[in-house]
Design a protein around this ligand. Structure first.
Ligand SMILES: Cc1ncc(COP(=O)(O)O)c(C=O)c1O
Length: 379
C-alpha cells in the first residue's frame, strides 16, 4: 500500500555501475573519490566504500559522514570554494588525505593551520582551466569567470614559493558532460599547464574532477555511463609517463541511474491548454533539479492503458517553477496512480528542501530480492 513518496534505489544496478567504473579505472590507472554531494544516503555510501573508492567531500558535514561510514582519513579529499576556518580545522585535525585549496587566501589559511597543528593532510591547488563546456550554465564550473579555483598564474606563484608543500593540482570543468571531446580538451589543457610549471616541482597528485554525464532521456537503454570513454579521453594527452595515477571524482555517473522517485497523482486539471495538467505529491522539495536548472527527467508509470496522452506534470509546492515539464507521454492517468521519476539517484535526495515543511520521502533499497526501507537521514 502506498504510504507517501519514496526514493527507490536499485543496489544491483549500483553494483554493476561500480564494477564498470572500476574496470575502466584499472585499465586507465585512475583512482576514484566518489563525490558525496551527489547522494549521501548511508546505505549507498557503505556500498561505494566497500568497493574501495575514496570519497570527495565539500563540507565538514560530509567529512563527518564519511568518517561515520568508516572511510579511512587517507581516503578523503576535501574541495569547496567557501570552506570556513572551522571546516578547514576539522579536516586538518582529522588528517584527511588532501585538501584542494581554491584561492590564494585559502592556501595561506591552510598552510598556517597545517603547520600549527602538524597535520598530515596534503595540499593541492584547484586551478580554473578556463574551458567552456556544453552543459547547463548552472552546472558549468571551469570558465575563468566562475567562482571555482584559482588562476594558473596564482597557482604558479604559490608553487614557486612553496614547491614542496604543494603536492598536486585539481581541476573540474562541470557536470553532466556527454561529449568526450570536452574531456580531451581538458586533458590537453592540463598537459600544457603541467609543462609550464616551475622547474623542480614534482606533481604527485592530479585530480581531474567528475562531470561524466548520464542518459536522462533513455535511462532504461543506457543505465551505465561511459566510464571507459571518459577515462580514455582524459588519458589522451596525459599518459602514465606524465602522471602515474589520475584521481577522479565521479558523482552523478555512479549513482544517478540507480535511483527513482516514486510519487502519486493527486489531481488532474483540464485547463485551456491542450495538455492535461497533472499535480503530484512530489516536486521541487523532493527533487530540485527541474526547478533549479530546467532538468528533464523521464517519468513513467507501471499502469497499463491503451490510450496514451501528453501531460504537463507539476509538483505541489507554492511555486510556478515547481514542474517537471511538458509532453510527458503516459498511459491515461487518474487520481491515485503512481508515477516514477527516473534517474534521480544523483542530486535528488541530497538536494532536498525544507520548503513548505513537506515530509521528507523515505528511501527504499532493493538488492537481490531483499528490500530495505529507511527513513532518510537529514544532516
Ligand atoms: C569539484 C567537483 N568534483 C566532483 C563533482 C561531481 O561531479 P559529477 O556529479 O558531475 O560527477 C563536482 C560536482 O559539481 C565538483 O564540483
Amino acid at each position: 500500500m502506498y504510504q507517501g513518496p519514496f526514493y527507490q534505489y536499485d543496489l544491483d544496478l549500483l553494483n554493476r555501475t561500480l564494477s564498470e567504473a572500476l574496470r575502466a579505472a584499472s585499465e586507465n590507472n585512475c583512482s576514484m573519490y566518489y563525490a558525496m554531494k551527489a547522494n549521501h544516503e548511508s546505505k549507498i555510501l557503505e556500498k561505494i566504500k566497500s568497493k574501495g573508492l575514496g570519497v570527495d567531500c565539500v563540507s565538514s558535514g560530509e567529512i563527518e559522514r564519511a568518517l561515520e561510514i568508516g572511510w579511512a582519513s587517507s581516503k578523503i579529499v576535501f574541495a569547496g570554494s567557501g570552506k570556513t576556518l572551522n571546516e578547514i580545522s576539522y579536516a586538518l585535525s582529522n588528517d584527511i588525505y588532501m585538501i584542494h585549496c581554491e584561492s590564494v587566501e585559502e592556501f595561506e589559511l591552510v598552510k598556517d593551520l597545517k603547520e600549527q597543528i602538524n597535520s598530515q593532510t596534503l595540499i593541492a591547488l584547484r586551478i580554473n582551466p578556463d574551458i567552456s563546456v556544453d552543459t547547463h550554465s548552472k552546472i558549468s564550473t571551469g570558465e575563468r569567470h566562475h567562482k571555482f579555483g584559482m588562476s594558473f598564474e596564482e597557482a604558479t606563484m604559490i608553487i614557486s614559493e612553496h614547491p614542496t608543500l604543494v603536492r598536486g593540482l585539481h581541476f573540474h570543468v562541470g557536470s553532466q558532460i556527454l561529449d568526450m571531446q570536452y574531456f580531451e580538451d581538458l586533458s590537453l589543457k592540463v598537459r600544457s599547464l603541467i609543462e609550464q610549471l616551475p622547474n623542480g616541482f614534482k606533481l604527485n597528485y592530479l585530480n581531474l574532477g567528475g562531470g561524466l554525464g548520464i542518459d536522462y532521456r533513455n535511462p532504461e537503454r543506457n543505465p551505465i555511463a561511459n566510464f571507459e570513454g571518459w577515462m580514455n579521453a582524459l588519458r589522451i594527452h596525459l599518459p602514465t609517463s606524465i602522471i602515474e595515477t589520475i584521481s577522479l571524482e565521479p558523482g552523478r555517473s555512479i549513482v544517478g541511474q540507480c535511483g527513482r522517485l516514486v510519487g502519486q497523482v493527486q489531481y488532474i486539471k483540464h485547463k485551456d491548454s491542450d495538455q492535461p495538467l497533472v499535480i503530484l505529491d512530489v516536486g521541487m522539495s523532493e527533487l530540485l533539479r527541474p526547478a533549479l536548472y530546467d532538468a528533464r527527467h523521464k517519468i513513467t508509470t507501471r499502469k497499463e492503458d491503451m490510450i496514451e496522452e501528453n501531460y504537463t506534470i507539476h509538483g505541489p509546492s507554492c511555486e510556478s517553477s515547481d514542474h517537471f515539464g511538458f509532453d510527458h507521454r503516459l498511459p491515461r492517468l487518474n487520481r491515485g496512480d503512481l508515477v516514477e521519476i527516473l534517474s534521480t539517484g544523483a542530486y535528488g535526495s541530497s538536494m532536498q528542501l525544507n520548503y513548505n515543511l513537506r515530509k521528507a520521502p523515505k528511501s527504499k533499497f532493493i538488492e537481490g530480492n531483499i528490500y530495505t526501507e529507511l527513513k532518510i537521514k537529514v544532516a
